[in-house]
Structures are given as structure tokens and as C-alpha cells.
Design a binder for this molecule. Sequence first.
Ligand code: PEP
Ligand code: MG
Length: 896
Amino acid sequence: MGRYVYGFAEGNRDLAGLLGGKGANLAEMTRLGLPVPPGFTVTTEACRVFLAEGAEPEGLAAEVSRYLAALEKDSGRLLGQPDDPLLLSVRSGARFSMPGMMETVLDVGLNDASVLGLAKVSGNERFAWDSYRRLIQMYGSTVMGVDPALFEEEMALLRQAREAPDDVHLDACDLARLVESYKRIVRERTGHEFPQSPALQLQQAILAVFGSWNSERARLYRRRERIPDDLGTAVNVQRMVFGNLGPDSGSGVAFTRDPATGRPGLYGDYLANAQGEDVVSGVRDAVPLAELARLDPRSYRRLRDHAKALERHYRDLCDIEFTIERGTLWMLQTRVGKRTAEAAFAIAAELIEEGLIGADEGLVRVSGDGLARLMFPRFDTAALGAPLAHGVPASPGAAAGAAVFDSAAALRRAAAGEPVVLVREETTPDDLPGMVAAQAVLTGRGGKTSHAAVVARGMGKVCVCGVQDITVDTGARRFTTRDGTVVAEGELISVDGSRGTVHAGAVPLVPSATMRYLECGEQAGSVVSAVARALEHADTVRRLEVRANADTPEDAARARRFGAQGIGLCRTEHMFLGERRKLVEEMILARTDTARERALAALLPLQRADFTEILAVMDGLPVTVRLLDPPLHEFLPDRTELAVRMAADEASGRRPEARDVELLDAVNRTHEENPMLGLRGVRLGLVVPGLVAMQVRALAEAVVARIRAGGAPRAEIMVPLVGAVEELRLARAEVERVLAEVGEETGVPVRCPVGTMIELPRAALTAGRIAEEAEFFSFGTNDLTQTTWGFSRDDVEAAFFPAYLDLDVFDASPFETLDREGVGRLVRIAVEEGRAARPDLVIGVCGEHGGDPESVRFFHTAGLDYVSCSPFRVPVARLEAGRAALGDTGPGPDSR
Ligand code: PEP
Ligand code: MG
């Protein structure tokens, strides 16, 4: 038989698992000599036994009696003693804070006799009857299962009869009558009398609090907050102190610093003549703590001193609940408090400054999620109304502009200086110019790794995708919401990429100082310098390198400013768009080798120029260039559009253009039902003659040009979507051949490491073989997630992920946070077997997960060498890589 009860003087804050957060901190405050009403904690272990066995754990009653006797001795009164009763509060308190999810019973010990005693000793009859009716109400609903609404209705009836605006206006007689009505309700509803035995009240209240661990709302809360179901709650039994004894009493909450800004100084609310519940529920308006300094300067000074002591002791922002009973201050709760991202950075920096914590601990106290929040401009929340529609929050931030429905309109209006929001059913590479011109992108279809989402995040653009409650009518240039609101081209809308909402009109924005710092080093204000310090420290402790996914010189330059140590993924597909698409069409339509070679030869100098610029920007740092990945038909016109154009020609008696006929033929030839599983990646390089050679030549010649210009280019060549070592062997032979050729032609030897993406389960499972041909691996976790789960990355997030999240199939989208159990296992296998075959194998990741804080921590423990992510995530990845290196870090106090 275990020990189930600890007196407050016996515990400490390290026992939170056993005593719950509240119990452990009450014990800690008691140890510190702060004025905590005496009491004891029944452990979470007792709760677990109770829930497993459905009965009170053996020996618990005896232990509780012993501790109760000690309490009674200490206070010189017995529980429920008729002339001067000791009263107790019975409160839940789990390991993790679950505000308001479980039950509390106050004023245990009152009965028909002791209520009279309480009235007498307190000299306040109204107070005594009010306490008694609160007990019956809480006990009746929590322990005896009476619907709480019945008590509220009774109270409302009485207030009506008395014409009292609130219960403060009911007098002692009214409340005594209410007690009788409440007792009647209990009797009628349960067939039992409200128990008059104080000992029975205490025993039953403890068990009822245990039982409330499994209430529906508590379960739901735990699911959302990812709190395990098997922890159980502790129960804190404590002598009641009363904030509702008159104007010299009251209750309040306080923070040792401002949790919104981190500014030092006591901060909080106070309500005179009230109990704690009244402050939290907002039944009356509380006043700022400064007011307490005026009302009761002595208590205020004490509170301030205790707050200081707590902050020094916990070495962190604490929140506090307190009660003043007739001029005496009592501390009822403390814990390390939640805070905004701004406050997290500011407080960490100040605590380091004050010598309370070291730089390592300061870094653990902030988070990548918090930093990401600081980087985006925001809407002024005070100005946000109800949203027009909801979708997938794909790229955070806030932006407003005129709705436009195609690239041309976006470009036209943007060129005239008008901010625009590009609204599409879904985007394709063709929409890129429009996306660049727009402030935000909104799509009716697609999830977090859809084209729109990936590209928008890469550009740091706000994006909400998969907004199924709008219908986009591109032809008519408008969208319609579920409730029939029509937004036509030119009308202003606001897009909140952090919440996934769309609003009518232009909601005002608040710019981000952190972004200004990252972009141009401008250090304005304490939050920004705190961010700077945290990032600097992360850079000194992290083992993971951070590279960026960038495929334009502008993105590369930004990535470098943000601290990227190279490019981990330069996708080459954008280099095939715009004007150049014609050349790609020529290549696809070519019927002869000569025609194809001509098209490729025309592409070559363009690619070379792109690579030369990027290598220049990233001089001295690695640039991993990926050979062309998407299926070729993505570069051809849309099948339906072509067919419609040709049908229109025919209908008006014109012969369709010969090129259109040819194009339609090519579109039909290359059409695939599942293009993501089709002719793409290395497969393309192996079956389209000359394609790999052209890309490698362009890169090799760019390297030579940079060397001749005195630069230090460090190009790497990456082969996508490899499933078998044979594919890589063939592709690599071609790469080596062309590199040697360029070396010979120019007299400048070109050495580019050749590696592969690991983005198919087969590649991960045969990584030992693949490593024979690869100098590096880079996990393409977007495709690896898609192919491991069999989820189409473009469809499923909007289609059924919300349902899957509700059903608890997973608690975060696996496209957002790496699925450690499945995809993560493949990653570990590939790392282990790849390194076994080739100990100097360099391993990174370039899927979207490379910029996700939780995933970065996984990649650190999996032993990767670097993560690569969009330029805007680079600071986030740097910070999280630093935190990961410091050991077992979680999301951070600002992230839940
Ligand atoms: C990936 O699959 O993770 C990847 C980086 O490649 P892409 O997103 O371009 O398919
Ligand atoms: Mg991929």
C-alpha cells in the first residue's frame, strides 16, 4: 500500500508528478515560508488507483483522517465544529494546468449547525448563509450529480422576486431561504438528504474530484493539449480563507511581470469583497493591482515582496492567486506563468541580465514557434471582426488587398501600387508572377504542402488554402461564401495566415520589428535585442547546420541575411517557366534529336546565368542544385483550355492552329492519372535524352565562370525521387561524364559532390545500397510523407485532415510536423544504413519539416548534419537547432 497524502510542509515543486502542479507549488511556497493556508495533498497515485478500481483506495480514509486531525490541532478548531467551524476547500490539481476542467468544492464542513456558528464568529450572517448555499450548490452538482442549472434557476427566481440585480443584493434571510430550496432540490433529485456529516462531505468531495478527471470536457481538453489520459489529478485540501468578508477582504491574480510584454513589475487584477472564483469568472469588474496599493498598502507591499521572492526562487515569471482576509494576505497558488512570444524573449533576456539564469536556460525558455510569430506582420486584433470564411492556415502572417482572380490582374493592379490578394481555386507554376505580386494567396483547394502553400511560405507570403466555404468563379471574377456574400474583383479582403481566416475589408496591420532586425540588422527595442541574443547563442551551441531552400538570387540573398549556411535545395523548375516555357514545349514536341537538342541548347545559357547568380550570392557556401523533378506535362498548357480553344476555332469555321493540335497531342500523350507517382524525378532524367546533361552542363559552366571571376563556388548536384541504386548509378554516370567534359573543355576541373534525395520508402529501406553511389542524402520529407502514408499532398489536408484530427488519428498534420513513428523510423533506418555503408555521408533534410520546430528537434536526435528550409524559417530553425542541442526541450512556455 502506497502513501497517498502529503502535508504542504512535506512536499516540494519537484513532486509535481505526484502532487500535481498546484500541490507541488503550494508545498514549495510553504517551504519558502510564504503565508499559505495550511493543508495537504492527496496524490495523483490515489486518483489512478481510484479510477482503476472504481473504489476509494485502501488506507486513504485513515491517512486523510490523520492529516485532518493535524489541521484541526493547528487551527484549534474541528472540521464543521458547530460554534466555530474549520472549513476546507477541496480542489483538483493535475500535473499540467487544466484550467476549469475539473471540479472544486469550497466551504466543506458547513451544515445546519455550523452555519450558525460561522455567522456568529464572523459577525456576518449573510456571509455564512452565502457560504452554505455555495457548498450545497458545488457539492450537489459535483458529488451528487444534480444538474447545476437547477440551482441557478432557483437563484434567478429569488433575484427576480427580490428585484436584485445580482446576488450581492440578496440578504441573509434570502440566502437562508435559498439554502432550504437547494436542500429540497438535492432531496428531490437524488432521493438523499444533503449530508450533514463534515467528515463524509470531505471524503465524498475528494472522490468526486478524482472522478472529474474523466469528465467529458476534461478529456476533450487533454486531447487538444496533448496531455496523457493516465496521469490522474491530485486533490488539495486546504483551510478556507475568505475574501468575501467585507471591504477589507478580497481576491486577486498577479503576475510577477507583464505576461503580454514581459515588462518587469507586478501586474494583475484585484476584486474587493470577493472570492477567487468571482475574479476569474468576471461576474464583477476587477481593478488593476495599483488600486490595491491604495486600498490596502500593507497587503500590497507584502504581495510585491512575495512575488519578488517567488520570481527569484523559480527564476521565471510566476502567476499568483491570492486572497486578503480582513487585512491578512494569503497565497493560494503560484506557477510558472504562460506568456506571449514577445514576453518570452524579453523575460529570458532580462533574467540572464539579472544573473538569475544562464544563456543556455534562456534559450530553452524561448521557442521557434514564438520567433515565427514575431516575424510576421499582424492584424490589429482589436479591429478583427467575424471571418467571411475559414481554410487551412498555410503560411502565417496577415495581409490585406484587393481580391484578384488571375496573375494578369494581380500584376496590373500591383504595378499601379495597389496591394492585392490572389484568389484561385488552386495555383500552378503559371500563377507564380501573380503570387509574387500579391500580398497574400487564397485558394479553394489544397493543403499545407500544396503548390500555393509551399511557394507562399518560400516567399514569406501569407497564404490560406483549402478554403472550402468559398466558391471561386474565376470567369466571373468573384467568390461566394457559404452564406451568399459575394466578393468581386477589386473588393478589399484581409487574410490571416496564422488563423486560416478571411475577413472583409482591410484590417489594419501592425508591422514586425523582429523582421526589420532580420532584414537589415535594425535593433529597435528590448524584444528585438532579446531575439538577437537568443539567436546568437543558438548559433554557438547548435550542431545542426541550417541551409535554405532557395531558387532565385533574391531568395538566396535573403536566406544568407537570415543566417543560412548554404542552399540545401535549389529547385530548378521555376527556371523553366515564363518566357522559357516555349523552349520546354519545343523540347517536348521535338520529333527529332536535332530539334530537341536545339531546344535544350537554347535553355542552357539561361540556366547557366541563373546558377551563376545564385553561386555568386552564396559564394563560399554549398549550393545543392536539384535536377528537374516535376512531370513534364506541368509545363504544357492545360488540357481543357486547349480543347476549348480548339473547339471555339472549329465552331467559328477556323482551322485550329497547328501548334495547338500538336500541343494537345503531347498533352494527351503525357497525361497521367497519378502524376505524383508517375514520370518525374530521376525517371524523367533517365528517359528524356539530354535533359540531365543540359542542366549539369549549365551548372558546371556556371562554376567555371565563378572560379574565373575569383569566387569560391561550392555546387552540389542532387538527384530527386530515387527508389533504386541503379537509377542513381545511371544518373550519376551521366553527371560525371558531363562534369569531366566541361572540365576538359575549359581547363578548369569541376568537382561537384553528387547525392540524392531520400523521398521514397524504398530509398530509405535500401539506403545502404544507395549510399554506394551518393555522397550525400537529403530527405525529401514532403514526398516521403506522401508515399509512406499514401496521402496525396495536394488533396488530403483540406479533404479529411480536419476529421482525422478530431478523430485523434494524429494530433498534427504529418505534412507539417514529422510523423516520428512512421516517416521518422524510415529516416532513422536510412541514416543508420547510409552511414554504415559510407561513414562520411553528409545527411540533411529539405522537405517542409526542415523549418518546423518539433521536427528540427527530431532531426537533431536522428543525427542529421543539416536542415534546409524556406528563407523565412531559417531563423526559426537556427533557434530550434540550438535548443535541441541543449537536450530535452519541449515547445517552450510561449507555444501552447
Ligand atoms: C520533398 O519532397 O520533400 C521535397 C523537398 O521535394 P518537393 O517538395 O519539391 O517535391
Ligand atoms: Mg519531393
